[in-house]
Design a protein around this ligand. Structure first.
Ligand code: PEP
Ligand code: MN
Length: 266
């Protein structure tokens, strides 16, 4: 069954966008300096439209860096003030969502492990209700298109029209050289079910290592996706999370230079 939900195209909330939608920034915000320096470098590349930074980082297993927490929201506000870039972070419960909206963040995204839980998605939907935030919904960790679609519907039922899907790959259920298996069939199925949902790709979390970022990014455009979320860090070798997949802003620029971008919604 195809559902024509009343979802805005990206251009509706980002009128000046010269497609595709490119989102970049660190996996995790670590310090004010790391945040600001990465943002300043990214802002020089006029192709980056949104700055991302994780502040709450619930990791798959406890014991690794779990984010700087609410203080990071202040740094995101500073990025917005100084560079003019819209800013976004991941929210995983009602409290995160309240704080992020209060801090004036433009983009909230629901992480893959959260999308897998309709309880969590509903909790977030109840808080974003009535706001004009952009809500991006990553695929669930398992290739279950109904769960992904259900999350989109819950956010849409809360009155949000600025919704974007993010394909970030699935916990490997077959052999793959990537960290997460990019089951493109699930994206195709989602687009069949929700034809007007803009979907972008997160090659960083699919790849897990820098060497595969280009091929996945190119494939995303070849498949008709409308943008990319790529992690970047002023010095990836020192990153406290996802060090192997983050790019310096300069290397991000080089990757973008090489991409052949063709898709229909530009
Ligand atoms: C992230 O974007 O930093 C993240 C944790 O992503 P995912 O939900 O795709 O694992
Ligand atoms: Mn990450």
């Amino acid at each position: 069954m195809t559902l024509k939900l009343d979802i805005n195209p990206i251009k509706a909330w980002m009128p000046n966008i010269d497609n595709p939608l490119l989102i970049s920034g660190p996996c995790s915000l670590e310090t004010e300096e790391q945040t600001m320096e990465t943002a300043r470098l990214l802002a020089k590349d006029k192709r980056v439209f949104v700055f991302r930074g994780g502040v709450w980082k619930p990791r798959t297993r406890p014991g690794s860096f779990e984010g700087v927490g609410s203080i990071g929201l202040k740094w995101l506000q500073q990025v917005k003030e100084e560079t003019g870039l819209p800013v976004g972070t991941e929210v995983a419960n009602a409290q995160h969502t309240e704080e992020a909206l209060k801090a004036g963040l433009d983009v909230l995204w629901i992480g893959a492990r959260s999308t897998a839980s309709p309880f969590v998605v509903q909790e977030i939907a109840d808080v974003v209700k009535g706001s004009d935030a952009v809500v991006m919904i990553k695929n669930p960790v398992n290739p279950d298109v109904q769960l992904w679609m259900g999350a989109v519907e819950r956010i849409h039922q809360a009155g949000i029209k600025n919704i974007v899907g993010i394909h970030r790959g699935f916990t490997p259920f077959r052999e793959t050289k990537y960290r997460n298996y990019p089951n493109w069939k699930t994206f195709i199925e989602l687009k069949r079910l929700l034809p007007n949902l803009p979907v972008i790709c997160d090659p960083s979390h699919i790849a897990g290592t820098r060497e595969y970022l280009f091929e996945i990014s190119q494939k995303a455009f070849d498949m008709g996706m409308e943008g990319l979320m790529l992690e970047s860090h002023r010095d990836p070798s020192c990153a406290l999370s996802d060090a192997g997949q983050q790019l310096t802003p300069a290397d991000l620029g080089k990757l973008l230079d090489k991409l052949v971008i063709r898709y229909e919604n530009a």
